[in-house]
Design a protein around this ligand. Structure first.
Ligand code: MCA
Ligand code: AMP
Length: 504
């Protein structure tokens, strides 16, 4: 049977001496190195008693070793579970309890705290540093560079990625080998990737965009990447002449546009700029075209579905749209209430079906059922229309979600934390147009009677509990929240009232 995903990578693997990545600290890794070192890490995982289907939870800074660990998990038949490096111990506690990982890989600075949590969860804790105590890398260095990949079929799990829920708990999206392989294959084909491509990789690797869209596509094409551990706009501009392609969230493009050196000369070697994870403003698309001569290709995806649609490689890349459904993906616009398909040009719920769509939420059969129609279409929570030429437009969200700099923030999670504070009567968390992050997280708070709680006290209280990117950029106090006759907070009125909050 083989190992479905890794075999797919092998089938397009170039000669062992070809470069896979070059890092910003001057290291390079060839395809041969990748094969040897992921084999060693896979052996090291098996020595930790990893069995097929076991979860390996990973919260580590971006590094080539982290990519090797992902591949080692695939090869060892484990389920890779990446976690945002910004998550606090409180947030991690939930993921560990829910996913029950057999192994947790973390940075040395956190290993003492995580070690204590892991003991309760019955997991082994290791790090990726070179020679520290409990270093998986150290353990791996003594292993064989040959590894017989553990057999995994198309439907076996390759990864679980958590996505926050609009109500309550985060949900682990279960992604199979075929979900990932099929989507990478389609993107290589649609975006014309070849072994000659060089991608500037400046995204985090704990989310779909940096891990599956960027890294899997490069592996599937046998191409290479300039692997940047942090996004630094000035550096990216200086790297453009050495690359053929860049993938980014809209904030990256907004920040690059602020660089003086960005012009058509700097971008002349580039054949493709891709944007996704959040809406790219038409004005950013146009400004980019003016400065570089390139039309950014916008595409649309989700953690649960990988990529669903893309603007065309050849043909018009229409600003403000996310293009056409990818080959193999069925997309329809349906009545949000009952799933009945709507007519072309009508606004409704975007629903998708295809080999890219996940199998369900980890240990949440009811939530899974609630988000699929009886005929297998997944209800994305995004509202859209398909125009007369077939381009999909996302016109809003049916889910209460804020996307800030490409990271998702669920207002409910913040509201629960803020409402629980003494001195707060209630709160509403909204996304307000923000020039850098697209949307700025904003908390509108009603104080409890006689309370004088301040914004600083509110921010201080959530500091150790929620990741920093989730923190409100501003807290505004009001006497009451606007409600409709059903008693529901009218967030649209709040968004409107504060629409200029971040405009200078
Ligand atoms: C950092 N901060 C943020 C964000 N990032 N605040 C709000 N939103 C953010 N996105 C805060 C930090 O907490 C910190 O706050 C301060 O900003 C500076 O932090 P720093 O790390 O220096 O920020 P940065 O390096 O400038 O990061 C900005 C960034 C980063 C490069 C835009 O957020 C980023 O890499 N975003 C990409 C996320 C991504 O890959 N999303 C794809 C998800 P303080 O100073 O208070 O401590 S996958 C997906 O959505 C789907 C499937 C898809 O379609 O792709
Ligand atoms: P996540 O599941 O965290 O990866 O976030 C997925 C969500 O990001 C989608 O449901 C959309 O709301 C949003 N999204 C992704 N790509 C785009 C895009 N190109 N335009 C608008 N929204 C997008």
């Amino acid at each position: 049977m083989g190992n479905h995903l890794f075999d797919a990578f092998r089938s397009s693997m170039p000669a062992p001496g070809r470069l896979l990545m070059e890092t910003d600290d001057g290291r390079s890794l060839t395809y041969g190195d990748m094969l040897a070192r992921s084999a060693q890490l896979a052996h090291a995982l098996l020595q930790l008693d990893i069995e097929p289907g076991d979860r390996v939870a990973v919260q580590v800074e971006k590094s080539p070793e982290a990519v090797l660990l992902y591949l080692a998990c695939v090869r060892a038949g484990a389920v890779f579970l990446p976690l945002n490096t910004a998550y606090t111990l409180t947030e991690l506690g939930y993921f560990f309890a829910d996913a029950e990982p057999r192994v947790i890989v973390c940075d040395p600075a956190k290993s003492a705290d995580i070690g204590r949590m892991a003991e309760a969860a019955g997991a082994a804790v290791v790090t990726l540093d070179q020679n520290g105590q409990g270093s998986l890398t150290d353990q791996a260095s003594r292993q064989s560079t040959d590894f017989h990949d553990v057999e995994r079929g198309p439907d076996d799990l390759a990864a679980i990625l958590y996505t926050s829920g609009t109500t309550g708990r985060s949900k682990g999206a279960m992604l199979s080998h075929e979900n990932l392989a099929s989507n990478a294959r389609v993107l290589v084909d649609q975006w014309r990737f070849t072994a000659n491509d060089v991608l500037i990789h400046a995204l985090p690797i704990f989310h779909t965009h940096g891990l599956f869209v960027a890294t899997n596509v490069i592996l599937m094409a046998g191409a290479s990447m300039l692997f940047e551990r942090k996004f630094d706009a000035g550096r990216i501009v200086s790297l453009l002449p050495r690359a053929t392609t860049l993938m980014g969230v809209p904030t990256l493009y907004v920040r690059l546009l602020q660089q003086e050196g960005l012009d058509s000369e700097a971008a002349k070697n580039i054949r493709l700029f891709v944007s996704g994870s959040a809406p790219l403003l038409a004005e950013t698309h146009q400004a980019w075209r003016q400065r570089t001569g390139h039309a950014i290709l916008e595409r649309y995806g989700m953690t649960e579905t990988n990529m669903n649609t893309s603007n065309p490689y050849e043909g018009e890349r229409r600003a403000g749209t996310v293009g056409f459904p990818l080959p193999g993906v069925s997309l329809r616009i349906a009545d949000p209430d009952n799933g009945k398909p709507l007519l072309q040009g009508e606004v409704g719920m975007i629903e998708v079906k295809g080999p890219n769509v996940f199998g369900g939420y980890w240990r949440m059969p009811e939530k899974t059922r609630a988000e699929f129609r009886a005929d297998g279409f997944f209800i994305t929570g995004d509202l859209g229309i398909v125009d007369a030429d077939g381009y999909v437009h996302i016109v809003g969200r049916g889910k209460d979600l804020i996307i800030s700099g490409g990271y998702n923030i669920y207002p409910k999670e913040l509201e629960s934390e803020i409402d629980a504070l003494e001195g707060v009567a209630e709160s509403a968390v909204i996304g307000v147009a923000h020039p850098d992050f697209g949307e700025g997280v904003t908390a509108v708070v009603v104080r409890a009677p006689a309370s004088r709680i301040t914004a600083a006290e509110i921010l201080g209280a959530i500091a150790g509990r929620l990741a920093r990117y989730k923190h409100p950029k501003q807290v505004v106090f009001v006497d009451e929240l606007p409600r409709n006759t059903m008693g529901k907070v009218q967030k649209n009125l709040l968004r409107d009232a504060y629409k200029d909050l971040y405009r200078s």
